[in-house]
Design a protein around this ligand. Structure first.
Ligand SMILES: [Zn+2]
Ligand SMILES: [Zn+2]
Length: 896
């Protein structure tokens, strides 16, 4: 479309939006802040606003009360009636004043299949509201919203319709009160069910006691803080201390077997992509009894914390530790009656005691976690740990019984369990040097550019930073409830990033072509300090928000260097800013000892080019295809993963601001062909199965399970969109060996993914085995995987895949359909010592593939070429991105 016409349309739409917004804002003036922050008002904004506004009335709190905690399952992956719900988040922020930077807005990982709710807790009174949307009613409003000619009337009707929330209740959730008299707890269980009761009580109470940012990252993925999520926090601390990443070649690999809630904290804190750097299979009950710290009842957690390996892809070797949690000791120290509780409800209260003890006494709680063993692994051993049907606990000699067996195994003999002494080496900067190059920024001193290379005039000291610098007023209002003293170095860092990034792009706030990317958040840290306050500043300064789908927050590890990127989606110009850690570390250290106001005055004056190493790049797909030399420069300045994120992801997101794509980037850090395969598989899963979304850690109604036999990026996409987290036993992954693939029936050679929807109430489950016609996708996209560079063929393939959803959906193969009527059958498929594809009969020569529902696919599937390709590169489907090169390399080296 002609650019002028596009702009005219945008202006027209914008004007129309303002006119509509004004109507409802006249009737409800409190909506003004929502439309200021979130843009043109929609039903989703009104929903989030109503939840927050009702809660403010019921819990008697004012906007910006820092003692109020907001939790929601709204988000990019949660849709109702085909409409995603991230705009609710903007409305919650604008109405309640709860923000990510203040750590009192918790966006829970969820999916469309799960209930959509909002929770607010006033931590002064420990009273909480719970509002669950009525999806049927909401879907009707959404349909009418897209057809009505009188939105104002519809919005007015919506604002007073009480049937919008099917449950709206208020509870006292104070742990001490509930422990003294569990009657209200039992009431909650009956009214809203154990999952949601836990989401409220097991979040409000621990966070009122202790709220380190890494724990919040785990909570977001897991949806509550059970003792085992806390274990994951302490295990992660241990890994970072014992096995610090020492070079860009170092990566963490999680040997999660058996997975439990701890993995949902370890995944974000250690920056582990579940899709490619995790092995997880379950173990049978009798094996659990042999563990050093055996299981005591349900509730997740039975001692062994799995192993984490620091793998170096240059030396092809790894150091690992196996950790454990002394659950018995924690039960004893917290005076919990967990072991003698007879009912689920009672056990819930006894678990609450453990949670409260652990979060009241984190130093004591840390002591009940220990390192069981240290070990080193070779390439061959790592391969073995990943292999389907191999038991990592036997290989690592955790199971005492297995010793004799393992001794017969040549792989296990090579394993050296040696005490390691790893000095706590300070992480070097990534190999990104601010050398002069074509894309280095020459910083302007033009004072008309509103950024800091030309520092603002230094005003008289008034004692108030906002009086000195009125430009900070908006941020102070947004993030610190107008207490300018609370503006932090991190707030200022995000603010400066906007000044530099937007200044160089010549963007005004709310420019419709602006998209901001950053890894700042609860995990990425500078000198141990998390960076979520930067996010508040970005939202306030740039106007980019979660709800507008122009703020992308890929989750990287605690060790990763913080960066910000400002993309112009109309021309793909990108300003990329690396934070110069030494500068910020210095200010953070001085902040502990010096006068905060004086320091902030000084920091405001620091030039942007001192704080950041800045690059200007053009990421346009066609430019890159025409001039592939550009890639080397992008990669050398941004690093490999960020180059993928910005060039692969940026090109897709600039064209398709699809909330689900953004949800995938937040989880996986980039869009690759693999995640797009996952995205299209989710479509097929939804049309094939009565999916309920991933399981909860306290299973009530059942839930879905994703079992992968090929560690591949597609798993992260499925996990992001269907909420099958490993910690809640929704995700299991091993890797078929070349021999195991050879044993598969010809029609089953593409099988990578098993998805099962289990309904506990009906004691019935349905499952499918999926594969993807990778070769066909490559061919249709016109990419040449044989001759083109790694990044280029993928860029072509993935942008084609994003542009052609219907063709791609047809390339997803349903290889097998099955039913289960006993949960033990599901457990067997996810269990160690089992090859799930063999268990499902896919190795049988007489295996008959599932009938394909779509005749189109039949016509296009050419089995002979697919089969031979699969045999040649079984573990490197087109969809796989570089992150699995480690795995692929292992395999190839082994085959040669
Ligand atoms: Zn849990
Ligand atoms: Zn990927």
């Amino acid at each position: 479309m002609n650019k002028t016409i596009t702009s005219a349309l945008i202006i027209l739409l914008f004007t129309a939006g303002v006119a509509m917004a004004e109507g409802i804002v006249n009737d409800y003036p409190e909506l003004e802040s929502v439309s200021d922050f979130g843009g043109d008002l929609t039903i989703m904004h009104l929903l989030g606003h109503r939840a927050a506004y009702t809660s403010m009335e019921q819990l008697s709190f004012e906007k910006g009360d820092s003692n109020v905690l907001a939790l929601t399952r709204a988000g990019r992956a949660t849709a109702v009636g085909g409409h995603s719900t991230e705009q609710c988040i903007d409305a919650v922020i604008a109405t309640s004043g709860c923000t990510i930077g203040n750590k009192n807005l918790i966006v829970i990982h969820s999916c469309s299949e799960k209930p959509l709710w909002f929770v607010f807790c006033n931590q002064n009174t420990m009273e909480a509201t719970y509002l669950r949307a009525n999806k049927t009613v909401l879907a009707e409003y959404l349909t009418r919203e897209s057809t009505t000619t009188d939105k104002n009337a519809l919005y007015n009707e919506f604002m007073t319709d009480n049937s919008v929330f099917e449950v709206s209740s208020k509870y006292n959730v104070d742990a001490n009160d509930l422990i003294a008299d569990p009657t209200p707890w039992n009431t909650m269980l009956g009214e809203i069910g154990p999952t949601d009761a836990m989401s409220i009580v097991y979040v409000a109470n621990p966070l009122a006691r202790w709220s380190p940012s890494g724990l919040i990252a785990g909570l977001q993925l897991h949806d509550h803080i059970c003792p085992a999520v806390l274990c994951g926090y302490f295990f992660s601390e241990m890994v970072v201390e014992e096995l610090p990443l020492q070079s860009p070649s170092d990566k963490y690999v999680n040997i999660a077997t058996p997975p439990w809630c701890k993995d949902d904290t370890m995944t974000p804190m250690l920056g582990i992509t579940n899709a490619v750097r995790m092995v997880s299979a379950d173990i049978p009950e009798e094996m659990k009894q042999q563990l050093p710290s055996p299981p005591y009842g349900g509730g997740g957690g039975h001692g062994v914390g799995g192993a984490v390996i620091r793998w170096n892809k240059t030396t092809n070797s790894g150091d690992g530790i196996i950790m454990s949690f002394n659950k018995l000791e924690a039960i004893k120290l917290s005076d919990s009656g967990y072991l003698t509780a007879t009912t689920g409800a009672q056990r819930g209260i006894e678990v609450l005691k453990i949670i409260c003890w652990m979060t009241e006494n984190p130093d004591e709680a840390r002591k009940v976690h220990q390192i069981e063993k240290r070990f080193t692994v070779s390439e061959e051993e790592l391969r073995q740990l990943f292999t389907t049907k191999e038991n990592p606990l036997e290989i690592l000699e955790i199971l005492p019984e297995a010793d004799s067996e393992a001794a017969n195994d040549s792989g296990a003999q090579e394993l050296v369990a040696s005490p390691l002494s790893i000095p706590n080496v300070k992480l070097p900067d990534l190999n990104i040097l601010p050398v002069a190059s074509a894309c280095d920024i020459v910083l302007s001193t033009d004072p008309n550019f509103q950024y800091f290379p030309a520092p603002p005039a230094e005003p008289e000291a008034s004692g108030d930073i906002v009086t000195d610098y009125p430009m900070l007023g908006s941020l102070a209002e947004f993030s610190t409830r107008s207490s300018p003293d609370d503006l932090s170095i991190m707030n200022m860092l995000g603010f400066k990033a906007c000044k530099v990034g937007m200044g160089l792009q010549e963007f005004e706030k709310n420019n419709p072509d602006m998209m901001v990317f950053t890894n700042a958040g609860y995990v990425a840290s500078i000198n141990g300090k998390s960076t979520e306050q930067c996010v508040d500043a970005i939202m306030d300064e740039s106007g980019c928000t979660i709800g507008k789908n122009n703020l992308v927050m890929p989750r990287t590890s605690v060790n990763s260097r913080v960066w910000f990127a400002f993309l112009n989606t109309s021309n793909m110009d990108c300003i990329f800013l690396w934070v110069n850690n030494n500068v910020i570390e210095d200010y953070l250290a001085r902040d502990d000892t010096e006068n905060h106001y004086d320091l902030m005055r000084e920091f405001v004056q620091v030039r942007g080019d001192v704080v950041f190493t800045t690059y200007k790049l053009n990421l346009d797909k066609d430019e890159l295809i025409n001039d592939p030399e550009q890639w080397a420069m992008i990669e050398s300045h941004l690093g490999k993963k960020n180059a993928w994120m910005m060039a692969w992801g940026g090109n897709v997101l600039a064209k398709h601001q699809t909330p689900e794509f953004l949800a995938i980037v937040d989880e996986h850090t980039h869009i690759c062909a693999g995640t797009l395969v996952g995205y299209h598989m989710v479509d097929v899963i939804r049309s094939e199965l009565p999916t309920m979304g991933g399981r909860e850690c306290a299973v009530t109604l059942g839930g879905d399970t994703l079992i992968s036999v090929v560690p591949d990026c597609r798993n992260d996409a499925i996990l992001a969109l269907l909420d099958t987290t490993p910690g809640r036993k929704g995700y299991f992954s091993t890797k078929l060996s070349a021999e195991q693939i050879n044993e598969l029936a010809p029609e089953a050679k593409d099988a990578t993914t098993i998805y099962i929807a289990w309904n506990k109430v009906e004691q019935h489950g349905e499952g499918i085995v999926l594969g993807f016609d990778t070769m066909k996708a490559r061919e249709l996209s016109g990419s040449d995987y044989e001759n083109e560079p790694f990044w280029l063929c993928r860029l072509k393939c993935l942008t084609w895949m994003a542009d052609h959803p219907d063709e791609c959906k047809n390339l997803v193969k349903v290889i097998h359909r099955f039913e289960v009527n006993d949960f033990s059958e599901v457990q067997k498929l996810q269990s160690v010592n089992v090859n799930p594809l063999a268990e499902l009969g896919l190795t049988n020569k007489s295996f008959v593939p599932a009938e394909t529902a779509d005749t189109h696919t039949d016509a296009e599937t050419n089995d002979t070429h697919t089969e031979s390709e699969a045999a040649a590169t079984p573990f490197i489907p087109a969809s796989a991105c570089m992150a699995i090169v480690l795995v692929a390399a292992l395999l190839l080296s082994r085959r040669q």
